[in-house]
Design a protein around this ligand. Structure first.
Ligand SMILES: [Zn+2]
Ligand SMILES: [Zn+2]
Length: 286
């Protein structure tokens, strides 16, 4: 069987999509989605945010008045800071959870992931006859803006690990932190960029149809895309403590591919991350 067929058994079920925070349209309201909220988000009042780096709760109007002391190597991307497993942070290697190893000027938050429920698009039905739905791995890089966490780069690789789409995206709001350590993006990379999130959505809807298998690590709502044929490496390769804990992509690559990724000081490389997800699945099924 081909790769597409072999991946079938790893495609998330509707219940798994829901449990893992994937958005789904609200019945009767094709423009509006709903998704599982993080506990951190649910605890905040409207004018309060929780920093996703240091877990400080603060009034939005006070951001920048206290510094953000955090561990940059948070072991996985999750809005619930306290879900980090009680082991060294995978990136910075610190053992203590209390005192952070990096200090930044302001806190960052991503509540907008749960409040921005409009603007979603949905992959459309493939014709099935002439078109091969395909398997693609996808990685998104985010930056922090005055609105929260916003898309700043998308990379798609095919099953031969060839980059078929790679775009830097202009965030809709003013950037307050480029999140360079993770995004690999600097102020310079975003300068002059005019590609919008909507442009990316249009491009991806041409590249994928609803049968296309999208592979990724914690593929959630970054793209404002509703897609239900998903293979998520955080689910295929679960953390030994079970959900909601997730193994980082870096650790998965060390354990299953014997390979080091995300070791660049210049930050993560979205093509490297997307390829790593594809390689993990190739390794799993062949
Ligand atoms: Zn902070
Ligand atoms: Zn640290």
């Amino acid at each position: 069987a081909g790769f597409y067929e072999r991946l079938q058994k790893y495609i998330l079920t509707p219940a798994q999509l829901k449990e893992n925070g994937f958005p789904e349209f609200v019945p009767g309201e094709p423009d509006t989605v709903t998704m599982k909220k993080s506990d951190t988000f649910l605890q905040n009042q409207s004018n309060v945010r929780t920093c996703v780096r240091c877990a400080t709760r603060f009034l939005i109007s006070d951001n920048g008045k206290t510094r953000c002391q955090h561990h940059w190597g948070r072991s996985f991307r999750n809005s619930d800071f306290y879900l980090s497993p009680p082991e060294p942070f995978s990136g910075c290697g610190c053992r203590s959870r209390s005192s952070g190893c990096v200090i930044a000027e302001c806190h960052v938050y991503e509540d907008n992931k749960f409040t921005d429920v409009h603007g979603y698009v949905c992959t459309t039905e493939g014709t099935g006859v002439e078109e091969e739905p395909g398997v693609y791995a996808l990685d998104c890089e985010m930056v922090f803006t005055t609105a929260g966490s916003e898309l700043a780069k998308v990379t798609v690789v095919d099953q031969d690990l060839k980059v078929v789409y790679d775009k830097v995206v202009k965030p809709g709001n003013r950037v307050i932190n480029h999140n360079t350590r993770f995004s690999g993006l600097t102020e310079k990379d975003l300068r002059g960029v005019t590609t919008s999130l909507q442009d990316v959505q249009d491009d991806l809807l041409r590249l994928f149809n609803d049968k296309t298998i999208l592979v990724g690590h914690s593929l959630d709502q970054d793209l404002l895309l509703v897609h239900r044929t998903v293979v998520d490496t955080t689910v295929v390769f679960p953390h030994r403590m079970g959900p909601p804990y997730k193994k980082g992509l870096k650790k998965l690559c060390e354990d299953y591919l014997g390979k080091r990724i995300q070791s660049k000081v210049s930050g993560h490389d979205s093509a490297e991350d997307a390829s790593a997800c594809m390689e993990l699945m190739l390794k799993k099924v062949y």
